[in-house]
Design a protein around this ligand. Structure first.
Ligand SMILES: C[S@@+](CC[C@H](N)C(=O)[O-])C[C@H]1O[C@@H](n2cnc3c(N)ncnc32)[C@H](O)[C@@H]1O
Length: 276
């Protein structure tokens, strides 16, 4: 959900206090503007505490870093709207540590949102291609200047063979719904000796449908790991969705349909198509 201009102006005013689990506005607002700010803070999970000593919106968790991330992005995840849950900074560091990003690595972030992961990848010297289907967020990623290229596109529709070579690292926090489809598609962009690290719904650890069960078997076969993240990992975004962290190393000759695997497939079909 986008902040209204008025709400953004109030929340970024230097007098507004955003600290730990509270937001306090120590100056008078017009009633309609107050209404907008109050609505935003409540949609983000805060509640107004009018007691004289408090007089602030108080959240059930620390809000400071997350709210600053949202103000920079110009939008916030509302409890009424699913989809954009920016990775909190500490978790972004953890994801990049696990991926072992080295300076000069070619890194793909296939659902880059407003750049929580790309900022951390860039800090480590990764050379990033980012994809984001939302035009507003894609523009923001371009403005941040952390990525070599930003594609405003549906990642699931991108053809891995449009790339001459695969990526060293893939780092992602795809939409929670359909996350496994994003991961399976992303594997096709990875080098045989690459690494993919993804945040995903914790269901990846226990869903019993064929696709998920087969995927878990592949993760085990290639020496990957899936570990549960703490229940409150995304609480700052106003969601209690339970998540896990997938570590998937490439494995030449194994069961992963990587970018190198795709390149090894015979091209006769293409030749027949051209001849026809
Ligand atoms: C859970 S958010 C995470 C954003 C970012 N990866 C991060 O860690 O902060 C998922 C993002 O994926 C984007 N998205 C959803 N479906 C997509 C698709 N098919 N192709 C590209 N981006 C997509 C959403 O717009 C949203 O910004």
């Amino acid at each position: 959900m986008r902040f209204t201009d008025d709400a953004l102006k109030v929340l970024t005013d230097p007098r507004t206090e955003i600290r730990d689990d509270l937001v306090r506005i120590p100056f008078e607002l017009d009633r309609p503007v107050y209404g907008q700010v109050d609505k935003v803070l409540k949609e983000m999970g805060g509640r107004w505490v009018g007691a004289k000593k408090v007089r602030a919106h108080v959240f059930p968790h620390r809000i400071e870093e997350h709210l600053r991330q949202c103000l920079a992005a110009g939008e916030y995840p509302s409890k009424y709207e699913q989809g954009w849950f920016p990775t909190p900074p500490a978790l972004a560091m953890r994801v990049c540590d696990l991926a072992g990003i080295r300076a000069g690595d070619r890194v793909l972030e296939p659902s880059a949102g407003s750049g929580a992961l790309t900022a951390e990848i860039a800090r480590r010297g990764g050379v990033i291609d980012a994809v984001e289907c939302d035009e507003f967020r894609a523009d923001m990623l371009r403005a941040q200047g952390d990525c070599r290229r930003v594609f405003a596109a549906d990642f699931l529709k991108l053809d891995p063979l449009e790339y001459a070579e695969g990526f060293d690292r893939i780092v992602m926090n795809p939409p929670f719904s359909g996350g496994l489809d994003h991961i399976l598609h992303a594997i096709q962009f990875m080098k045989d000796d690459g690494v993919l690290v993804s945040i995903m719904s914790a269901g990846l650890m226990w869903w019993e449908d064929k696709k998920t069960a087969e995927f878990r078997a592949v993760v085990e076969e290639v020496g990957g790991e899936i570990e549960a993240l703490p229940d409150d990992s995304f609480a700052v975004c106003g969601t209690n969705v339970r998540t896990c962290l997938l570590f998937l190393p490439g494995y030449a000759g194994g069961p992963l349909r990587t970018h190198d695997w795709l390149l090894r497939q015979p091209r006769q079909l293409d030749l027949f198509e051209t001849a026809a």
